[in-house]
Design a protein around this ligand. Structure first.
Ligand code: ZN
Ligand code: ZN
Length: 119
């Protein structure tokens, strides 16, 4: 390969790399503020939102209100290890499970007042 050819080939490779970098790893920002990783090869494999591993077979069922006001669920993809089962066919993502635990703790706290002593 002549030096000129080599330089041209290197330039082409650099351009391809540049393009790949600009496109990023297939990250798309959705309108509701969540980020979805789209696999470029057309595989329907979801990446777990907890550990980032492909093969998430569950979705978070935490009820949320979407930007457009409609009720929906969190729908974060979760793998078997990261999904926290809260009932038959219902799973929460770790952040929502934590949030729900905190919330139920706060509910138990409220209403237990009334021990005021006066004189
Ligand atoms: Zn996971
Ligand atoms: Zn969730």
């Amino acid at each position: 390969m002549s030096p000129d050819e080599k330089r041209a080939a290197e330039k082409r490779a650099g351009e391809l790399l540049d393009q790949a970098e600009r496109l990023g790893p297939g990250t798309h920002r959705l309108s509701d503020g969540t980020t979805a990783i789209v696999c470029g090869r057309g595989a329907r494999t979801l990446r777990c939102s907890g550990c980032g591993q492909p093969g998430a077979g569950k979705l978070c069922d935490y009820p949320v209100v979407r930007m457009n006001g409609n009720a929906g669920t969190c729908d974060r993809p979760l793998c078997e290890r990261c999904a926290i089962s809260i009932g038959p066919g219902r799973d929460f993502c770790p952040p929502h499970h934590r949030y729900e635990q905190k919330r139920s703790g706060a509910v138990r706290d409220a209403g237990s007042h009334g021990g005021q002593s006066g004189s």
